[in-house]
Structures are given as structure tokens and as C-alpha cells.
Design a protein around this ligand. Structure first.
Ligand code: CP
Length: 331
């Protein structure tokens, strides 16, 4: 693995999930793999889980992790080629990235979309420019359109929760749930959010191919079909939730209609225990941070079906598996 930007950088999802679960069982198994190596974690936008879990993952591999909150503490970067820099940007990525390539062995970057211009955001210019000019492996900590470390975590968490206990008298103690039904449901929010998590989750679940995958959202919230192709898509949330084994709750803003807007924001789309009753006692997931009683009710988040904390804790093992693959491939 050279870079980790999307599911296309992964040759075998199940292998990577298995490697992450090995790290979960034995976090310091490869504590010398990254000895004398350094990772730079660049944040152009805020984070809690991504920042901390990636730092811990790097340290478990013996790497030094340096965090740089570029968005708050760094020079304003220019990404356009041949820009006349007479505006607010101070330093071109063409000058900054090669220096980071000398300081670090791996560069990890979080760069959110503007939600102003769809073509610009979906060109993924920022992360592509870092890949072009840094000269070292680049890991996405969430880019304009995708959040691959989150999605790998989500598959790991689904995999863990697909092992269900069986009655010992009827068969083996543990058995694999057969092809779980996974539902990605849109939820209301107070402000327009990127499509990254929903795009990325769709891309990974489709590539994984181990589930019946349904996406439900109100009209006008269609996602980019390059990520959703393969899923069943419906505007009927109740129908979608029927017999679901996993419900992934997430807000996103419009993609097709006036990009980056909130159209309808019907509170009836919030996930509640009443909706949970339609499912097959589904486990409920969310990438966090979550707006309580807007996206998800307290009763769900504080109840037995929520696996959001397990999901967030798995971010460490996803990051560790990815960093280990990059270290092994680029030593
Ligand atoms: N899920 C996620 O990426 O969380 P942070 O924004 O806190 O990193």
C-alpha cells in the first residue's frame, strides 16, 4: 500500500479487517515496525477521534507522531496551480509539501470540502496536491469526499458484531451471521454537512460485498452514484429499516440539488426506539460527533443497541492496520 485515500488502495478488505483485529487483541505486537519513523498529522479542520486514534496507532507501532493544526496554526495554503498569490493564501502546497516530505515518513491529512463548489470539492485537489508534491505516502484523515479510516473501522465493527451466540444444544457456540442487512439512513441536522462519511461507507460496503445494503434518505439527498452503485436506494425509511441488522445513521447535505444545502430537515427522520422496533434488533452506528435528539435519540444512544463507542474505539485498530501496511510496503 502506497497511499490510503479510498477503498481502491486496499487489495483485500477482509485481510485488512483481520489484521486490525489482530492489533486489537495484541496492540504492541509490532511495536518496533515504525522505529525511527515519523508521521505528520495535518489537520486543516477539527477532529477528536481521528487525531487521537491515529496518534495512538502510530505510537503502538513505535512511530513518532507529530500533530500540526494547519487550519488554526499554519500559514494559509494555496492549492491551485499557477495561482497569482495576491489574496489571503501565504504559502503554496508546492513549496510546503516537499518540506513535509523531508520531515516525515508518512503524511496524514484532514481536509474538509468547502460545500460551495461541487466540482472543486469532488476533484479532491487538496489531497491530490499533497500526494503530488510530498513524495511520501499520504493517508486521508477525511478528505473532501471520503473518510476511509472511518469506513474501515465501520466494516471492522460490523464484522465483530456479526458473530452471534448460538444455543449450544443446537450447534456451535459462535456462528457467522449470514449476509447481514445494513441500512444507511439519512438523519436531520442543524447545519449542512459533507457527504464524505456516507459516500465512503457506501463505497466500502459495496466493495466488501458481504451484506445486503440499503440506503434511505428524503428526496433531493441522492449521493454520488460512483459510491452508491450496488445498493438499494429508497425514500421510505420505515420500509428500509425492516429486518435490518445494522443501521448506520448519518446526516449529509445535498449533492445534486444546489450542492451543499439543507433541503427538507424533517425531524421524523431521527432514529428512535420506535423505528428500531422495525429492525431485526439492529445495532446502531454513527461515526460521531452526533447531535443528540436531532440525528439520534438519547434512548438509542444510551440503550443496548448502540455500538457507537465500540465503533469509535476501533478507530485505533483501523489506523494501526493501515499504517503497518504502508510501513511494510515502503521500508
Ligand atoms: N468520526 C470522526 O472522524 O471523528 P472526529 O471528527 O472527531 O475525528
Amino acid at each position: 500500500m502506497r497511499n490510503f485515500i479510498s477503498v481502491h488502495d486496499v487489495s483485500n478488505i477482509n485481510d485488512l479487517v483481520a489484521k486490525a483485529l489482530v492489533y486489537k487483541a495484541d496492540p504492541l505486537k509490532d511495536k518496533s515496525l515504525g522505529k525511527h519513523k515519523r508521521i505528520g498529522l495535518l489537520f486543516l479542520n477539527p477532529s477528536m477521534r481521528t487525531r487521537l486514534s491515529t496518534q495512538i496507532a502510530a505510537q503502538n507501532l513505535g512511530m513518532e507522531a507529530i500533530v500540526f493544526n494547519v487550519g488554526q496554526e499554519g500559514w494559509a495554503l494555496e492549492f491551485e496551480e499557477e495561482a497569482i498569490m495576491s489574496g489571503s493564501t501565504v504559502e503554496h502546497v508546492k513549496d510546503a509539501a516537499p518540506i513535509m516530505g523531508k520531515y516525515f515518513d508518512i503524511l496524514a491529512i484532514r481536509t474538509f470540502p468547502s460545500l460551495k463548489n461541487r466540482d472543486d470539492d469532488y476533484s479532491e485537489l487538496f489531497i491530490k496536491q499533497f500526494i503530488k508534491y510530498a513524495g511520501i505516502p499520504v493517508v486521508s484523515l477525511e478528505s473532501a469526499t471520503l473518510h476511509p479510516l472511518q469506513s474501515l473501522t465501520d466494516i471492522i465493527t460490523i464484522q465483530e458484531n456479526s458473530i452471534i451466540p448460538m444455543n449450544v444444544e443446537r450447534g456451535p457456540l459462535w456462528t457467522q451471521m449470514e449476509r447481514p442487512k445494513i441500512v444507511l439512513t439519512w438523519a436531520p441536522h442543524v447545519k449542512p454537512l459533507p457527504q464524505c462519511v456516507a459516500n465512503s461507507f457506501s463505497q466500502w460496503v459495496n466493495a466488501w460485498g458481504q451484506a445486503d445494503f440499503v440506503i434511505t434518505h428524503p428526496e433531493d439527498y441522492e449521493l454520488d452514484t460512483q459510491f452508491t452503485n450496488g445498493a438499494t436506494i429508497t425514500h421510505d425509511q420505515n420500509e428500509a429499516l425492516k429486518d435490518a441488522d445494522f443501521v448506520y445513521v448519518k446526516n449529509w447535505s445535498t449533492f445534486n440539488h444546489e450542492y451543499g444545502r439543507i433541503y427538507t430537515n424533517d425531524p421524523g427522520w431521527m432514529m428512535t426506539n420506535e423505528k428500531l422496533a422495525l429492525t431485526n434488533n439492529a445495532k446502531v452506528m454513527h461515526c460521531l460527533p452526533v447531535r443528540r435528539n436531532v440525528e439520534l435519540s438519547d434512548e438509542i444512544l444510551d440503550g443496548p443497541n448502540s455500538i457507537v463507542t465500540q465503533e469509535a474505539s476501533n478507530r485505533v485498530w483501523a489506523a494501526q492496520a493501515v499504517l503497518a501496511e504502508i510501513l511494510k510496503a515502503n521500508h
